[in-house]
Structures are given as C-alpha cells and as structure tokens.
Design a protein around this ligand. Structure first.
Ligand code: SAH
Length: 224
C-alpha cells in the first residue's frame, strides 16, 4: 500500500499549542495575559518548514533554512513580555526569519514593521503572514542594523539576532517611553538587554543569557 498524506494524519496542533503555553511559558513565569493568549492562537507550525512541523511546539529553536532559526517558544514569550506591547503600539522587529515573532507582535500591536536581510526568508515570511491574514505587518528586506527610519519612531523595537552592541540607530528610533529588547554579547552567547527611552535619556537593564544567530550588518557582525 502506498502511504498518502492526508489531513487526518495531522497532529492536533491546537492541543499541542495549549500544552506549549502551559508547560513552557506559564510554568516558567511568563505572566502577561495578552502574550499568553497570542501564543495560544498564532499557528507556530505554519512558520516552520514542513519537514520539521512535527517539532513546531517543542521546547527548542528550529532550523528554517539559510543557516537561520525560529526562536524557542519561551524566548519569544519572554522577549515579547519584556517589550510590554500595547494595542496602540507601532513595533519594529529586526530579523523577520520565519515571521512567527512578527505574527505574535501583530496580535498585540497596532502595526508591525519587520526587517530581514535574507531575501528568500523575507519573501517566505511575507507569504506566510499574508496567507494567515496578518494585515498589520509589513516585511522589509535589508540591513536592519540601520533600523527603519522612514517609519520611526517606534513604541517597541525587538532584535531577534545576537548583536555585538545595541545599534545606535535603533535607540534613536525609539519613541519617548518606548522599549527596546536585544540580545547582546559575543557570537554564540548573549544576554537580553532592555532599554527604555525616557525624556532625560536611556535606562538599561540586563536579562537572562541566551543564544541567537548573529546580527549581520553595518552596525552588527561581519558576514559569517
Ligand atoms: N524572529 C524570527 C527568528 C529570527 S532568526 C522568527 O520568529 O522566526 C534571526 C534572523 O535575523 C535571521 O533570519 C537572520 O537572517 C536575520 N538577520 C541577521 N542580521 C540581520 C540584519 N542586519 N537585518 C535584518 N535581519 C537580520
């Protein structure tokens, strides 16, 4: 008999998603109700290449091609919570990758701008976001270490690649009261940094250790 692929063999993704939120996010201290709800709804498996979909809700990052990864669910939840996204916010993401983080942000913010340097990933993410009906996300191709000055300022900026330092242009594109979250440190080992822009300057705090693929660009790392 020839094995055929059919819908009946599909795992129950929505049950896997609820379990992911309970076991990987709530149990580890992610408390923001809007973040938890968004991650119960956004179909993460649709952002993962088909051959790896079976693992979409597991507790790890996954390869998405071109040497890049979709972040671990916990890291997406934690960084999104640190960003304190409000429904009226305009948010900038650097490192679109699969588009999953952008979809989570799009569920929470008014508008999301996301920049990706690998053209094929930018195109694929845009297609996935379009198919799923996220009409408040705009995907840009280019070097996000410059930010996206034409749409600045932003209430939130999230960098989802590891940077040697927080790019200065990104800080300058934050609105007053705006939050920026970025992994900073040597290649292969960073810490999350959270910066808040106040009327009288920037206030910076350090979060947990993490490992991200490198932020490559004019104000990031050189080519791999
Ligand atoms: N947020 C993504 C995961 C990002 S992986 C998701 O939800 O799937 C990091 C991404 O940052 C990779 O796709 C990589 O190509 C991209 N990247 C690295 N340097 C960049 C730069 N200077 N500008 C924009 N994107 C960059």
């Amino acid at each position: 008999m020839v094995a055929t692929y059919c819908d009946e063999t599909e795992p129950d993704y929505s049950a896997l998603r609820l379990a992911m939120v309970r076991k990987q996010l709530e149990s580890r201290g992610i408390r923001d109700r809007r973040v938890l709800e968004a991650m119960r709804v956004v179909p993460r498996h649709r952002f993962v290449p088909e051959v790896r979909r079976y693992a979409a809700y597991e507790d790890m990052p996954l390869e998405i091609g071109y040497g890049q990864t979709i972040s671990q669910p916990y890291m997406v939840g934690l960084m999104t919570q640190m960003l304190e996204v409000q429904p009226t916010d305009r948010v900038l993401e650097i490192g679109t990758g699969s588009g999953y983080q952008a979809a989570v942000l799009a569920s929470l913010a008014r508008e999301v701008f996301t920049v990706e340097r690998v053209p094929e990933l930018a195109r694929r993410a845009q297609q996935t976001l379009y198919e799923l009906g996220y009409d408040n996300v705009r995907v840009y191709e280019g070097d996000g270490t410059h930010g996206l000055p034409e749409c600045a300022p932003y209430d939130g900026i999230i960098v989802t690649a590891g940077a040697p330092h927080v790019p200065e242009s990104l800080k300058q594109q934050l609105a007053e009261g705006g939050r920026l979250v970025c992994p900073v440190g040597p290649r292969g080992m960073q810490h999350l940094i959270r910066i808040v822009r106040r009327a009288d300057g920037f206030c910076e705090e350090e979060g947990i250790g993490c490992v991200f693929v490198p932020l490559i660009g004019a104000d990031g790392w050189n080519e791999p």
